[in-house]
Design a protein around this ligand. Structure first.
Ligand SMILES: Cc1cc2nc3c(=O)[nH]c(=O)nc-3n(C[C@H](O)[C@H](O)[C@H](O)COP(=O)(O)OP(=O)(O)OC[C@H]3O[C@@H](n4cnc5c(N)ncnc54)[C@H](O)[C@@H]3O)c2cc1C
Length: 494
């Protein structure tokens, strides 16, 4: 497996096990040569591990490897660490979701709670500043962790020069290169463009433009009713935009969301003012006038209709990003969807090069990328690692939130397993009633014979926090009775 590493027969005095201090030397582990002693006569410095991409996958791998005692370099071209998640994804979107929810609550929901407020005004510039403060605090925190764990941060764009060397075009000018005994590719993903609509991130935007609009659009059309479209649609709807979501499929939330939960969520969001056109496809867009004209028709074909918009959000999904990386020069393969092909230990055809996060298989989620980072580094340092892909939760941070883990009812049904469903509405939960926040349900799907939990689906207040208990239950192979017999504090939503 570790073809690039030095065989055990090499003189012991020159060697140390990967990730172990000399005092914990174990002869059974594999060895790396101490670079200082080997003395490469090349301009490229050699590291135990080089990581391309400083997003969640890359920075977690870098920190974990640094903690394990490896010499690590992480190359990032954005000028800030944290990748999509911290800079233009999870974090800024959640800042806007949280603050737009507060604004909406103050405008529409405080009077009956006994709080009368005067003139409520939106200061969008300040809301954006609050978002930027969260982002910069977190990205700088990662730089601090790099320093603390001896990770070298190389600011630039990396491309393979050969199987062990990454050439870097530096942001501050000039070039360098770095050699890696092991290399991890963690270059992430990008928004999938919509054919015929050119993105300017001002009027025709991806999520990156949608988290940075300078004013609230009067009318917004969201192409794609998945999680990102609904979260960003929610933000602008709460701030006053008339939002229409056009979705090709017959349900919102993407195929991972349980159909019953999806229907309920759609009703709740409709009550909040969002409009939906399901089973509908966008046929063309025209942004030459003052407003953008979006032509739509039934997915199966039918009469065309035109929607007017000041801003169009293209949210039809994300695709792996490997542009300019030069993987083709060293024979690393991508599949038909552009995902880098790997085995179960995240190895490409070249076993010293691994791939994790959005640019390879699996759900495009930050916590999935993070789990893979830990596992990939453990494969390098300990020869084993593990991610339980059956217990990766998903959360949509609308209000109420939608969260799930495990299989949907349709998936269980299709698998042929006999199952039971139990559900409970928040309208009968004392805390939800106290909080005047009763929309939603919790739905458990369990094996009819063993009672083992197969899936948990929640739409309701704080669903994103509560799903952690469901994930733990699934991870531990709990039955629904195990959860029911566990004491839960009263009165809580959990
Ligand atoms: C609007 C939005 C909201 C989201 N919300 C959530 C959420 O709430 N929860 C969740 O789990 N997930 C969320 N996601 C998804 C999450 O952001 C991604 O799953 C996660 O960022 C993937 O991490 P990654 O490290 O694989 O890739 P990325 O975060 O994309 O990082 C890859 C990094 O590699 C760098 N890079 C690329 N090529 C090179 C190169 N050649 N040289 C040097 N650097 C390079 C890029 O600049 C980038 O910074 C959201 C995404 C978006 C867009």
């Amino acid at each position: 497996m570790f073809k690039t590493l030095i065989p055990k027969a090499t003189s012991r005095s020159l060697l140390r096990p990967v990730g172990q201090a000399s005092s914990t030397f174990r002869p059974s582990t594999f060895y790396l040569v101490d670079r200082a002693r080997r003395g490469y006569a090349t301009e490229a410095e050699e590291k135990d591990l080089v990581i391309i991409g400083g997003g969640v996958a890359g920075y977690v791998a870098a920190i974990k490897a640094g903690q394990a005692g490896l010499k690590v370099a992480c190359i990032e071209k954005r000028g800030a660490l944290g990748g999509t998640c911290l800079n233009v994804g999870c974090i800024p979107s959640k800042s806007l979701l949280n603050n737009s929810h507060l604004y909406h609550t103050i405008l529409h929901d405080t009077k009956n709670r006994g709080i009368e407020v005067g003139d409520v005004k939106l200061n969008l510039e300040q809301m954006m500043k609050a978002k930027e403060t969260s982002v910069s605090g977190l990205t700088k925190g990662i730089e601090f962790l790099f320093k603390k764990n001896n990770v070298e941060y190389i600011r630039g764009t990396g491309a393979f020069a050969d199987e062990h060397t990454v050439a870097v075009n530096l942001i501050d000018g000039g070039e360098t290169s770095v050699r890696g005994k092991n290399i991890i590719i963690a270059t992430g993903s990008e928004a999938t463009p919509f054919p015929g609509l050119s993105i300017d991130e001002k009027r025709v935007v991806t999520s990156t433009g949608a988290i940075a609009l300078k004013e609230v659009p009067k009318k917004m059309v969201v192409i794609g009713g998945g999680i990102i479209g609904l979260e960003m649609g929610s933000v602008w709807s709460r701030l006053g935009a008339e939002v229409t979501v056009v979705e090709f499929l017959g349900q919102i939330g993407g195929p991972g969301m349980d159909a019953e939960i999806s229907k309920m969520t759609q009703k709740i969001l409709q009550k909040q003012g969002m409009k939906f056109k399901l089973n509908t496809k966008v046929t063309k867009g025209d942004d030459s006038g003052d407003t953008i004209k979006i032509s739509v028709e039934a997915a199966k074909g039918g009469k065309e209709e035109t929607l007017d918009a000041d801003v169009v959000l293209v949210a039809i999904g994300r695709r792996p990003y490997t542009a300019g990386l030069g993987v083709e020069n060293i024979g690393i393969e991508t599949d038909e969807r552009g995902r880098l092909v790997i085995d179960q230990e995240y190895r490409t055809k070249l076993p010293h090069i691994r791939v994790i996060g959005d640019c390879t298989f699996g759900p495009m989620l930050a916590h999935k990328a993070e789990e893979e980072a830990v596992a990939a580094v453990e494969f390098i340092t300990k020869n084993y690692g593990h991610v339980n892909y059956n217990a990766i939760p998903s959360v949509m941070y609308t209000h109420p939130e939608v969260a799930w883990v495990g299989q949907t009812e349709a998936e269980v049904k299709n698998s042929g397993v006999k199952y039971n469903v139990g559900s409970f509405p928040f309208s009968a939960n004392s805390r939800a009633k106290t909080n005047l926040d009763t929309d939603g349900i919790v739905k458990f799907i369990a094996d009819a014979e063993t009672d083992r939990i197969l899936g948990i689906h929640i739409v309701g207040p704080n669903a994103g926090e509560m799903i952690a208990e469901g994930t733990l239950a699934l991870e531990y192979g709990a039955s629904s009775e195990d959860v029911a017999r566990t004491s839960h504090a009263h009165p809580t939503l959990a």
